[in-house]
Design a protein around this ligand. Sequence first.
Ligand code: CP
Length: 307
Amino acid sequence: MKHLIDPTDLTLADIDGILELAEKIMADRPAYAQVAKGKKLATLFFEPSTRTRLSFEAAMLELGGSVIGFSSADTSSAAKGESVADTARVIEKYADIIAMRHPKEGAPLVASMNVDIPVINAGDGGHLHPTQTLTDLLTIKETKGRLSDLTIGFCGDLKFGRTVHSLIKQLSRYENIRFILISPHELQVPDYIKEEVLVKSGASFREVEKMESVIGELDILYMTRVQKERFFNEADYIRLKDSYILDLNKLKKAKDDLKILHPLPRVNEIAVEVDKDPRAVYFEQAEYGKFVRMALIMKLLGLSIEE
Ligand code: CP
């Protein structure tokens, strides 16, 4: 494992190793406080972010390392026309590891092909978001106690939702996962995910339009935002943006041990009243994101502590 560009760059053993290390870090944070001393993480964010960028930065600082970077394309020389490849070649001289978010699918892959230091895809357009996937897996493991034998409903924008594509890719490798894909027709999971991932893996899946018709079957409900920034036509966004709003009334039909995940940010697709329901775990999920990124940085840099 040199880079993390696609969730399937990781074997199931790699994932187990990262999740186990994240659990060890959570159990004894002081033990890891100096493990990345002298190492630098560069966060190259060409697209807005709160959780991913700041959890990467918090992760590196908690490991005793330091952080450089930029939080928008406007404040980098990309605004002057510099290519991703050239940017990465230069940053390689300044840092030991790169986390890159970019609006164009494939940009982190291009960076990884031009440098010798590890590159992590922190989200590329509507394509993939593998560190959110690790975050989601850790959240599911911690809150459900297992990563197999689950019925998971993905709800909202399944067409442009890179977190959804990444998590489907990864979960389809585990045993006995049943996928229920809840979206308006226009925002269904792309055909390449259905054909290349779901059909090929033999996973059970079905597509529905109404959340109420399936909520009682779910072990995990993965809510997503309808992403304004991915629409070419504002009228389509306005028509689809309120397709699903999860509230306490809809949750009456759900299992008591359902877990509600959301990669965040939320707009209005989960009513604030749901936040205090014990089944809502999306803010814990954001915290797990920091620990799993600490573990990933350690793995990619080959760092360990004496045990
Ligand atoms: N989940 C996620 O990627 O959030 P940000 O866009 O705030 O990084």
